[in-house]
Design a protein around this ligand. Structure first.
Ligand SMILES: [Zn+2]
Length: 305
């Protein structure tokens, strides 16, 4: 598999179904989401991926939320402090974990009769906490860390990168440039606020203009409630005519867990998704709180083109 079949679908304006939540799905299956459970519960993670493939997703994303060197470094004063009091090898732990997580998604895909139509996306969020645009590191720091981390995803066999839950165009710009340097296609997905802007307050028109020279393979919105992505998508379509998509969350963020609500059961979610398709979205999936049943409803109920 490669990115080509998905790329061709997007070029023809056909629907590409993205998978649903991984983290909240782990909670729903009685795990916690700390530590990713890639090594301790590989069967559960693999079966979540397999359920999304079976539900009809064309793109599945890896269980790698906030898996980068900085995720551990943030707990220490600096790298010297980490080496002094942390376990040996902590600063290099992200790489092997990314490889293991990607392997589980690829195994689930390769075991399916649909294997030739499903791409594996390396999911990577912001280097700092995804809902804190004020913490964005300097461009120089980000560049090195993105190249390092994206290399792990590429070596592990991902077909594309999914930069998700981004909050500022600057970080997206750095991430897209890094993906180009490493040589892997990339989608970038932003968290919108409730007024048709990015979570940072930056205008969507500005983001689209800044990213245009980098030719992102798609621009999306995720991890906000359906009405917020609807508004952001409307704004994006006025400034971006390339592939675009949405995968909102359903429920509420109750740190460190997820609160499941019954506001958007699969059929209601499908109704919303029909609206996104009318707005011009060709990539539709789900973020936190969505399940394989939501993705199955999309695949069954949305127009194919
Ligand atoms: Zn989410």
């Amino acid at each position: 598999m490669s990115y080509e079949p998905v790329k061709k679908k997007l070029q023809r304006g056909e629907l590409v179904v993205l998978d649903g939540a991984i983290g909240s799905e782990m909670l729903r299956r009685q795990l916690t989401w700390e530590g990713h459970k890639v090594d301790s519960h590989p069967d559960v993670i693999r079966s979540i991926h397999a359920d999304y493939v079976q539900a009809g997703a064309h793109v599945i994303s890896t269980n790698t939320f906030q898996l980068a060197r900085r995720s551990w470094l943030a707990h220490f004063r600096d790298v010297n402090h980490m080496r002094r009091i942390g376990p040996p090898g902590l600063e290099r732990r992200a790489g092997p974990m990314i490889h293991d997580a990607v392997a589980l998604a690829r195994q689930a895909r390769d075991a399916s009769p649909r294997k030739n139509e499903v791409a594996v996306a390396g999911a990577m969020t912001t280097l700092e906490w995804c809902f804190r645009p004020d913490l964005t590191p300097s461009v120089e720091e980000m560049r090195a860390e993105y190249v390092e981390t994206i290399r792990h995803f590429k070596e592990a066999g991902c077909d594309l990168m999914l930069f998700e839950t981004f909050n500022r165009w600057l970080e997206a710009q750095v991430a897209l440039e890094a993906a180009r340097e490493v040589g892997i296609p990339a989608w970038v997905s932003f968290v919108p606020d409730w007024e048709g802007r990015l979570l940072s307050g930056e205008a969507i028109a500005e983001m689209a203009a800044k990213l245009k020279p980098l030719h992102p393979d798609a621009i999306l919105f995720n991890c906000a409630p359906p009405p917020d992505v609807t508004r952001a998508l409307g704004e994006l379509r006025r400034h971006h005519d390339g592939p675009s998509g949405v995968y909102p969350h359903v429920g509420r963020f109750d740190p460190p867990d997820w609160m499941f609500t019954d506001k958007y059961p699969p059929e209601k979610y499908l109704e919303e998704a029909r609206g996104w398709q009318k707005q011009g979205a060709t990539i539709i999936g789900g973020c936190c709180g969505t399940t394989p049943m939501h993705i199955e409803a999309l695949r069954r109920g949305l127009a194919r083109n």
